[in-house]
Design a protein. Structure first.
Length: 80
């Protein structure tokens, strides 16, 4: 089990108290590209998915955004 997979499992179990840089690392590990708009939001995009997710960079990231990112990663894994 890789480090990104272990961290993803931790995110599923507890979506609270995650930082945006941790989400960025996990997303990039699963092939997402992260667009930083220069403002207060990050946009997570994957070429195999139609959806994208925009996450504000406040600390800590709200659990709903962590859950949405986990759902997108799971959807990606099911499709491949």
């Amino acid at each position: 089990m890789s480090k990104t997979t272990k961290t993803l499992a931790k995110m599923k179990a507890n979506p609270r108290d995650w930082r945006i840089d941790q989400l960025e690392t996990i997303a990039e590990g699963f092939g997402f590209s992260v667009r930083k708009t220069g403002g207060s939001h990050f946009v997570f995009i994957h070429e195999a998915l139609e959806e994208q997710i925009t996450i504000p960079s406040r600390r800590p990231v709200k659990p709903i955004y962590v859950t949405k990112l986990v759902m997108l990663i799971e959807k990606l894994e099911k499709e491949s």
